[in-house]
Ligand binder design. Structure first.
Ligand code: NAP
Length: 324
């Protein structure tokens, strides 16, 4: 019997065709809401699901009793209850590595854009306000030679730090669950407690995964520790930061600026003050969003699901216990 694979989208025609040679492939009728009534029939018979932003619940798993593997087209899997999957023997695969450099590029885009006020001043020019030589009111801050504080020092955090240390002569500090001696040697990075890092860094860049420990890791108390000239960057997940506290810190001069790729609620509601603030650069969660990287992520996820459904070890498996 051919196994059934449910595809939420984001795969190329070639990737779909390769999977269709091996499995019975169903494209989700409603790709935006996984547990929508019109999706139930295809999910009921699914052995595998591949897609991104998959909001998996125990009820949905109950409705898909044959499920063997979920392949998310992302490195983060905060919308998926891993323990619940493992309990049921369902593998969870993600797409680390292939998006690391692109997401780090996004982080550095935000560092540069906030420090040099690139978006604000481009809009100022567009509005016809460049009528004499610019002066201190339009000056920004240096990036080179400053102190970069990485909150989370995994694949993406290290890639951002490399750009800062090697490209911009920045001193790198990091706070992370475990020490990273190799990076300390490579970049001269120094490990700090989070509170110390917040107080010392000129740029604080968050790259921890969202989990029970990191939800609202950064709030009012943490912003208060930052320098008033400090710039805050979040390329991890919106819920790592208390967004109300962030708005207050930006409005009241507790910190200078913020560069944000992720938000507590996405898409960002129109009522959010953040994109309208001149000292904020807000992007619509584009961390990994280049043609090349999204293609590579989809390919990694397709490879993961193919291997898993053929009984082989996937390339990127989150819950090893489920394979065994
Ligand atoms: P990673 O390699 O697993 O790095 C995460 C790092 O965070 C690890 O070094 C880990 O420590 C550390 N960490 C975990 N929990 C912590 C805690 N409670 N306190 C301090 N440090 C903690 O993951 P990655 O590939 O760099 O990705 C990081 C996150 O970026 C993803 O989970 C995802 O949410 C986000 N992301 C966003 C975008 C975007 O579009 N903006 C794109 C890709 C990824 P250990 O090394 O000790 O385990």
């Amino acid at each position: 019997m051919q196994k059934r694979l449910v595809v939420q989208g984001r795969l190329s025609d070639d990737q779909l065709s390769t999977l269709s040679d091996l499995f019975k492939v169903d494209v989700l009728p409603n790709p935006n809401v996984l547990d929508a009534p019109e999706n139930r029939a295809v999910l009921a018979g699914a052995h595998g699901i591949i897609g991104s932003g998959l909001a998996i619940t125990p009820a949905l798993l109950d409705a898909a009793p044959q499920l063997e593997v979920i392949a998310t087209i992302s490195v983060g899997y905060d919308s998926i209850p891993v323990d619940e999957l493992t309990k049921r023997g369902i593998m969870l695969c993600n797409t680390p590595d292939v998006l690391t450099e692109t997401t780090a590029d996004t982080g550095f885009t935000l560092i540069m854009a906030t420090a040099r006020r690139a978006v604000e001043l481009a809009e100022w020019l567009q509005a016809g306000k460049w009528q004499a030589s610019i002066g201190p009111a339009q000056f920004g801050s240096d990036v080179h030679g400053k102190t970069l504080g990485m909150v989370g020092f995994g694949r993406i955090g290290q890639a951002v730090a490399r750009r800062g240390a090697l490209g911009f002569g920045m001193q790198v500090l990091y706070s992370n669950a475990s020490p990273k001696p190799a990076l300390e040697r490579e970049l001269g990075a120094q490990r700090r407690e989070l509170n110390e890092l917040l107080a010392e860094a000129d740029f604080v860049c968050v790259t921890v995964p969202l989990n029970a420990e990191t939800e609202h890791l950064i709030g009012t108390d943490e912003f208060a520790l930052m320098k008033p000239s400090g710039i805050f960057i979040n390329i991890a997940r919106g819920k790592v930061v208390d967004e109300t506290a962030l708005v207050n810190a930006l409005e009241n001069g507790v910190i200078k600026a913020a560069g944000l790729d992720v938000f507590e609620q996405e898409p960002l509601p129109a009522s959010s003050p953040l994109p309208k603030m001149p000292n904020v650069v807000a992007l619509p969660h584009i961390g990994s969003a280049t043609h090349e990287t999204r293609e590579a992520m989809a390919q990694r996820a397709a490879d993961n699901v193919r291997l898993a459904l053929l009984g082989k070890h996937p390339i990127s498996l989150v819950n090893e216990e489920a394979y065994q």
